[in-house]
Design a protein around this ligand. Structure first.
Ligand SMILES: [Zn+2]
Length: 80
């Protein structure tokens, strides 16, 4: 493989990676705007540790999720 071919493949991979990230962020934003977790239907909250980080209200162990009497949910996403 020539240097030029290698560089072209790297550019292609980078573009594909950017597209995957953009699609995941668009999906997370759609979920955030819906106000409901796509896995369990609970509400959503922002995790302020990282800008754009959203999580299900039921994310986390007992005492950390909104309602500890209900099961935990692992949904999270990034809107940016
Ligand atoms: Zn959930």
């Amino acid at each position: 493989m020539t240097k030029g071919q290698k560089a072209a493949e790297t550019r292609k991979r980078n573009l594909e990676s950017k597209a995957r990230i953009a699609a995941a962020q668009a999906e997370a934003l759609r979920v955030w705007n819906s106000g409901k977790c796509p896995c369990c239907g609970a509400g959503l909250r922002q995790n302020l540790a990282i800008s754009g980080w959203i999580q299900c209200d039921q994310y986390g162990t007992e005492g950390f999720r909104k309602d500890s009497t209900k099961p935990a949910c692992s949904y999270q996403g990034f809107t940016k």
